[in-house]
Design a protein around this ligand. Structure first.
Ligand SMILES: *Cc1c(COP(=O)(O)O)cnc(C)c1O
Length: 389
């Protein structure tokens, strides 16, 4: 297989090599405080991968020995009964080594760093990308430096330190941490794992779509009809789309399922853009200060907003917003009804499903992505229960 990057906006192609992050032409359109311009996607020409294999732009030999992905797909019988939803499924990415979906991206970025002999990875994060890269970096023997807002949940900060990464606490927002980490990689040449900016973060996350299709096939359950994705920067959303696009290209499924972008009301830039009558490039207005209990999906400027919006519009995707009250109630409903304790961001995806489930055909498979463990943010979970810590 021959791999290259292709600009999602103008189709210019680039070699996949260190230092390449965005499309040179389209990045010039970048405005301050708006989603990134010039997002690149990984594409291949030539042979299809071996039957059943997931096509990836870094060879298997470079991946570190840490078991990322291949997470369980739950058939939650009590929730199915309670909500008369016989085709509800939970994709449990809390089972990843660092407890979140982010490991899928970190795993590919680490493999890339090893292939090209890059010794240091730097990133900004709301918390999970940092703890994830730190974990995978520890397995791979890579130096990891993270810029984290001081407000990040304590469990995520402690994870970073336990895994031996360097933590720079930023007295500001995630958006400010993002800019600081880019300055650092620009000055030092360290590999940036900033979400969306590094195209491999989108590419690494596509593996979940392959697993969902395979998991359903194994139990003879058909194809996914609807997938509920918690959305902040829109990289998981785009990764899920890339996976399904690949699966269509390979003839393994006939069409891309309906993807539901689930956002918190207090951090809903992509849902607002989706609902706006404007073309993608005008759909994102000035940033609104995010405010939600779901820290992992709290972003003022969704870095992958333009790209994610393009996918939603192209494939008839949907968006739904949920309040913090709905998120915390859904967290409890999910945990008590299935045994799966999810952090608030993932609970937002479940809350999104709860909100729209009456509109969905009963015979179609609905998969909710449970992206992070509830143990990562005990303070919010306690708040949901009205328990004082
Ligand atoms: C990062 C994250 C999300 C949101 O992903 P985006 O790519 O920012 O949209 C959702 N859930 C969890 C647990 C996360 O860590």
């Amino acid at each position: 297989m021959n791999w290259h990057y292709r600009c999602a906006t103008c189709d210019t192609t680039y070699a996949i090599a260190p230092g390449r992050y965005l499309c040179d032409q389209c990045a010039q359109l970048q405005q301050a405080d708006r989603p990134l311009q010039g997002i690149l996607e990984a594409h291949w020409d030539g042979d299809a991968p071996a039957p059943g294999a997931i096509p990836l732009p870094v060879e298997a030999a470079w991946f570190p020995s840490i078991p990322v992905g291949n997470t369980p797909l739950w058939a939650p019988e009590r929730l199915r009964g309670d909500f008369a939803a016989p085709k509800l499924w939970l994709k449990d990415d809390t089972c990843n080594p660092s407890g979140s979906f982010k490991d899928r991206a970190s795993y590919l970025v680490a493999a890339f760093a090893r292939k090209y002999g890059l010794g240091e990875i730097v990133l900004a994060s709301t918390g999970n990308a940092a703890s994830s890269m730190a974990a995978v970096g520890a397995a791979a023997g890579l130096k990891v430096k993270v810029f984290l807002p001081a407000s990040a949940p304590v469990a995520k900060r402690i994870q970073v330190l336990q895994y031996g990464a360097e933590l720079v606490s930023v007295d500001g927002t995630y958006d400010q941490a993002f800019d600081l980490s880019l300055e650092y990689s620009g000055e030092t040449g360290a590999l940036s794992r900033n979400t969306a900016y590094n195209p491999l973060t989108i590419e690494g996350k596509k593996t979940v779509a392959f697993e969902i299709v395979d998991d359903l096939l194994k139990v003879d359950a058909g194809v996914p009809g609807h997938v509920f994705v918690p959305v902040g920067d829109g990289v998981i959303l785009a990764g899920v789309y890339r996976g399904f696009e690949n699966l269509v290209k390979l003839g393994r499924i006939a069409k891309v399922p309906v993807i539901w972008a689930c956002q918190a009301e207090g951090s809903s830039a992509i849902a607002r853009a989706w609902a706006s009558p404007h073309c993608a490039s005008d759909a994102f207005g000035p940033p609104q200060r995010s405010r939600t209990v779901a820290d992992s999906i709290a972003v003022d400027v969704p870095r992958n907003g333009l790209h994610a919006l393009g996918k939603l519009r192209r494939y008839g995707g949907q968006a739904v917003t949920v309040s913090d009250g709905e998120i915390l109630a859904a967290q409890k409903t999910l945990a008590a009804g299935s045994g799966l304790f999810a952090e608030p961001s993932s609970s937002a995806a479940f809350a999104g499903w709860l909100k729209v489930r009456a509109r969905l055909p009963a015979e179609e498979n609905c998969v909710v992505l449970i992206t992070g463990s509830g143990l990562k943010d005990i303070a919010s979970a306690a708040q949901g229960l009205g328990v004082k810590l």
